[in-house]
Design a protein around this ligand. Structure first.
Ligand code: MTE
Length: 322
């Protein structure tokens, strides 16, 4: 993804690692580690083979109509979902979040709710989610960098949370912020983005039944590298809209500023709906590489969720509002 700093070269789109190369490199690192090969400082990233431990099982998770069977696609394996990440607060490399979020303690956690809302305040994570039933939903997840996964999320519909918080009539958008704490998030010591990471949705997008506040995956608590303890998942939009480790939810009258749009408005729009017909200025969006597969597959309009969400954009020119 585009980045403003002089270190842009380490995250250029041309360096999106195909899974085969990624695996080969990981295998090399594993083998080297087992063989006790040392790495000269700075010559290579620390080995990323540290297998992420499995999280705590979440209780009472309800099944939904969004199952693997109804989607008809294979799930991406747990290890790939938790070791190939974008989470710049922990570094810009795909393996950095699993490595550098390893010791991150997501709890205790609280979320500030403010702006145009009837029930503002600081909610503990538990108070925020306790009144809601957790659901499992298997969604496609499409990164703007043209790779994708199929992830069995656990979460609660954002619409239910929004209704409970009680937006006022003039709340037209919902804005989100990630924790800003360079002590705990080492990637924030570099100004690769303007921290905190920010995202936002129009109110009707937030209220769409597909939009999820995820707290887990594969039936377990979210690993830190995937945005513990609570993140957004908007399956018809490019992955960067799905902001991780949320500490603020604000109800606003105006369209809120969003991180990637601030970093490069020509490349990353506010809407960022998955659109195979609208290329990124530097690469095609017509196809994607499903992590774990070799051949690219065609990208689906709205990531395959067109029936559920196309009506949100009636009358809008989606080439202009990309
Ligand atoms: N949220 C925060 N706070 N920081 C980030 O760097 N990266 C985004 C999104 N949410 C990001 C974030 C991008 S670009 C993608 S593709 C997804 O998280 C990746 O989610 P995953 O690592 O769980 O697959």
């Amino acid at each position: 993804m585009l980045i403003k700093s002089a270190n842009a070269s380490d995250v250029k789109s041309s360096e999106i690692t195909p899974k085969s190369l990624f695996d080969a490199r990981r295998q090399f690192l594993r083998t080297a580690a087992i063989a006790g090969v040392g790495f000269a400082a700075g010559s290579i990233a620390p080995p990323a083979f540290a297998r992420t431990g499995r999280g705590k099982k979440l209780a009472g998770v309800q099944p939904t109509k969004w199952t693997q069977d109804s989607l008809g696609e294979d799930l991406t394996d747990y290890e790939s979902i938790t070791s190939y990440n974008n989470f710049y607060e922990f570094g810009t490399g795909k393996q950095d979040p699993a490595l550098y979020a390893k010791d991150f303690q997501p709890k205790p956690w609280s979320v500030v709710v403010d702006g145009e809302v009837d029930n503002p305040g600081t909610y503990s994570y538990e108070d925020l989610i306790k009144p809601h039933k957790l659901e499992e939903r298997v969604y496609r997840f499409r990164c703007v960098e043209a790779w994708s996964m199929v992830i069995p999320w656990v979460g609660l519909p954002l619409a239910d949370l929004v209704k409970r918080l009680g937006p006022k009539n003039d709340a037209k958008y919902v804005a989100f912020e990630t924790l800003n704490d360079p002590e705990r998030m080492s990637g924030q010591r570099r100004q690769v983005l303007e921290w905190p990471y920010r995202e936002g949705l129009r109110m009707d997008e937030a209220m769409n039944p597909l939009t999820l506040m995820a707290v887990g995956l594969y039936g377990e608590e979210l690993p830190s590298q995937n945005g513990a303890p609570i993140r957004l998942v908007v399956p018809w939009k490019y992955g960067f809209k799905s902001i991780k480790s949320i500490v603020r939810i604000s109800f606003t009258k105006d369209q809120p500023p969003t991180s990637w749009n601030m970093a490069g408005a020509r490349e990353y729009g506010f809407y960022s709906n998955v659109n195979p017909g609208k290329n990124h200025p530097r690469w095609s969006q017509a196809k994607e590489r499903r992590i774990g597969e070799f051949l690219k597959r065609p990208t689906l309009s709205f990531n395959g969720y067109e029936e559920d969400v196309a009506a949100l954009y009636t009358g809008m020119d989606l080439n202009k509002f990309y």
